[in-house]
Design a protein around this ligand. Structure first.
Ligand SMILES: NC(=O)c1ccc[n+]([C@@H]2O[C@H](COP(=O)([O-])OP(=O)(O)OC[C@H]3O[C@@H](n4cnc5c(N)ncnc54)[C@H](OP(=O)(O)O)[C@@H]3O)[C@@H](O)[C@H]2O)c1
Length: 335
């Protein structure tokens, strides 16, 4: 049987998605983006990967967040994305904003990790081959490397843009002083930092308390929030135990020991507040992030298109009164 070619939904830009400007740049990103860290690699059926990515694109999610080692196994999320490029997405390349990163362990030996020029250059070449792309839209230094001179890492980013392998660059999870240095170094070379990526959710406000989120805004970089649902904790998934098909049951990056009685109590309080607002806990958690105008995009993960569908409903959320924001802080335990 001949497979009928994929036709994206004609309504994809007219279906509730909003687009936010990334700092002081020309780039707009969807308020919700899709991250391919887990559930998009070789342990997942390709049909499922395709279903989730097409579902997202059909609803205006044009920003896909990858990294060299996403999968699992390492590299296989990019490989699957490359298969999608070949099979269905190539005609829409100019509608897509594709991110990848290097900074964590990827291949053995001294050149497959951290922040050297040697690693970043080789890794991006590998990513482009896997994704069957000529360039990515944004390439990130995935983490600060305290043992490599920061100038070396940043100059590699500058040169990557200059040779056309990435249109923009970003940094992820940099501490405050290193982030400040990076913003200045890149700006002085006319390769501004487009995006700063960090973990931010109702339970973890570190980028706000450390000052790195306001710093990014001050330097004209957009802020991209990852793990907005605390890897699934901030959903209805763990309110009554640990489902067998959940990330926590898999016990790789989300471990059962976070689900203490105190945490369960916090989650139940937050879920009750969400219900009062006519939302799920996931919808309310995402709406809370989107309430902050400094957040350019929220990158959600998902293991089904139904989860993506539910998360998209956060876009239609009513705002929060000051009283509700204070109540959320109290319930989340971050007063
Ligand atoms: N820069 C970095 O260092 C860094 C680090 C981590 C992540 N990221 C990026 O951020 C992306 C998102 O991170 P994340 O996967 O931790 O995000 P997340 O959105 O906090 O967690 C995603 C998980 O939550 C569950 N979930 C999502 N929507 C749900 C819903 N509506 N109802 C019930 N459960 C739901 C699913 O868990 P189940 O699988 O259990 O169903 C899903 O896999 C990654 O894919 C990656 O692109 C970047």
């Amino acid at each position: 049987m001949i497979e009928s070619p994929y036709q994206p939904a004609p309504s994809r830009y007219d279906d509730g998605m909003s687009y936010r400007r990334a700092g002081r740049s020309g780039v707009l990103l969807p308020a919700l983006s899709l991250g391919l860290w887990q559930n998009f690699g070789s342990r997942q059926s390709f049909a499922r990967v395709q279903e989730m990515v097409h579902y997202a694109f059909d609803r205006g999610i044009v920003h896909f967040d990858l990294a060299n080692n996403y999968g699992p196994e390492y590299g296989t999320a990019e490989e699957n994305f490359g298969r999608l490029m070949e099979r269905s997405l190539r005609p829409y390349r100019d509608e897509l904003f594709i991110a990848t990163k290097a900074g964590y362990d990827m291949w053995p030996g001294p050149y497959g990790n951290w922040g050297s020029r040697k690693y970043l250059m080789a890794s991006l070449d590998q990513s482009l081959r896997r994704m069957r792309l000529e360039y990515v839209d944004v390439f990130y230094s995935h983490r600060y490397d305290p043992r490599t001179p920061l100038e070396e890492t940043l100059q590699a980013l500058v040169d990557i843009v200059r040779c056309g392998k990435a249109l923009y660059v970003g940094i992820s999870r940099y501490p405050l002083d290193a982030a400040r240095f990076a913003f200045d170094y890149l700006a002085a070379r006319d390769v501004r930092c487009l995006l700063f990526q960090d973990r931010l959710n109702l339970l973890d406000r570190a980028p706000v308390t450390s000052g790195v989120l306001p710093l990014a805004a001050e330097h004209g970089a957009g802020f991209v929030a990852f793990s907005p649902l605390a890897q699934g904790l901030l959903t209805d998934r763990y309110l009554h135990g640990v489902p067998a098909d959940s990330r926590m049951a898999e016990n790789r990056t989300l471990h059962g020991d976070v689900l203490t009685d105190a945490m369960r109590h916090r989650l139940q309080g937050l879920a009750a507040m969400a219900r009062q607002r006519g939302q799920t806990l996931a919808e309310m958690s995402l709406a809370w992030l989107l309430h902050d105008a400094r957040v350019t995009s929220v990158i959600v993960g998902a293991s089904s298109k139904e989860q993506i569908a539910q998360n998209l409903r956060a876009l239609a959320s009513a705002g929060f009164s000051d009283g509700e924001l204070a109540q959320l802080d109290a319930l989340a335990g971050v007063e």
